[in-house]
Design a protein around this ligand. Sequence first.
Ligand code: SF4
Length: 79
Amino acid sequence: MKEKINKDKFKKSIDNLMSIYQQISDSAIESSKWRCPYKNANNLCTANFGCKNQKKINQQPLPVCTGSDKLDYRSAWEL
Ligand code: SF4
């Protein structure tokens, strides 16, 4: 037997989910002001252009990002 959907419970659940997504979005926007969007979680550079902060290490496929998260990273980009 099918269970009826409780609209109030469904709406509350969707609102809660949207609140969680909003917090994730707000956090991403805030961190993008100081952390380069091309720096991955392992501090490796994923950019497909040159940057003065890239340091290639032997066989490693991605260069290490040596940029400081305290400075504006965009001035190092070589576009
Ligand atoms: S600052 Fe430069 S080296 Fe660092 S992740 Fe961004 S583009 Fe890559």
